[in-house]
Write a protein that binds this ligand. Structure first.
Ligand SMILES: [Fe+2]
Ligand SMILES: [Fe+2]
Length: 261
């Protein structure tokens, strides 16, 4: 199965990039299933039901999240009943939504998607993603042929450790959150595809998505201001995974970085 995992979709530029580019990418690469991290798609902070519907129409099947998930409050009632939007599994058990979902991609092949958030340098207190992912895997045992994990985290060490923790047990561990694509993609010895960060789908003439003049001024003056999303040099970033359906192991992982002009 060919799976496209798309990194943090950022603001209007990212949303439009998906709509413009994804149908063509799916046809060109023969992609069967698409997951996107959508924590930044509503103006850079959060996501809304309307945007999720729009991205589904463009060809995204599953959505993972992260620290910006709750920024747009209308997502709270939506996520309670959503079968496509997944919050990090290591949030409080009382948090709305669920940390994993199974998708029937085609006859007899089910894909389990698990969302996690790191504990290091994230400015939020969450439970251990390592304990949480073991719990999720035990809960779904035997009910999915292919398992994908989004490790939304700042620290490459924590992401890399998650790759090794799950090697041989899942098809892929992909990192999100930093908005900077890393060049360390590989299939680990046990058959788990890994990359520290998929990169951002959004405007690269920016500071990780935000207007660069404003972002630089904020660092220089140390005076807080509300940053606006940038618009230039839009790219769709992520990774293309080829997964053997009979074993649930990855055959390959290829970095994707497509200009959207
Ligand atoms: Fe993000
Ligand atoms: Fe994030």
């Amino acid at each position: 199965m060919k799976i496209l995992f798309i990194g943090d979709v950022f603001g209007d530029a990212g949303r439009l990039a998906i709509k413009k580019k994804l149908p063509e990418l799916r046809a060109r690469m023969g992609i069967d299933f698409v997951v996107a991290n959508a924590e930044n798609v509503a103006n850079g902070k959060g996501l809304t039901p309307k945007i999720i519907d729009e991205l589904r129409e463009a060809g995204v099947h599953a959505f993972t999240a992260g620290n910006h998930l709750w920024d747009a409050k209308e997502i709270i009632p939506y996520i309670k009943n959503s079968k496509c939007l997944i919050r990090p599994a290591n949030y409080l058990a009382t948090a709305p939504g669920s940390g994993s979902q199974v998708f029937d991609v085609y006859s007899g092949i089910r894909v389990l998607v698990i969302s996690l958030q790191g504990q290091l340098m994230m400015g939020q207190s969450v439970d251990s993603p390592f304990v949480a992912v073991d719990r999720e895997l035990a809960r779904w045992q035997g009910r999915a042929e292919i398992i994908l994990v989004d490790m939304h985290a700042e620290a490459t060490s924590e992401k890399r450790a998650m790759g090794w923790h799950l090697d041989g047990r899942v098809a892929a561990v992909v990192g999100t959150h930093t908005h900077v694509q890393t060049a360390d993609e590989e299939v680990l010895p046990g058959g788990t595809a890994f990359i520290s960060d998929l990169g951002m789908t959004g405007p690269y003439d920016s500071v990780i998505g935000m207007n660069r003049e404003m972002a630089v001024r904020k660092f220089v003056t140390q005076i807080h201001e509300h940053l606006k999303p940038a618009t230039g040099d839009v790219r769709l970033c992520g990774a293309l995974l080829d997964v053997e359906e009979s074993t649930g192991k990855a055959k390959s992982i290829v970095r994707i970085q497509e200009k959207v002009g």
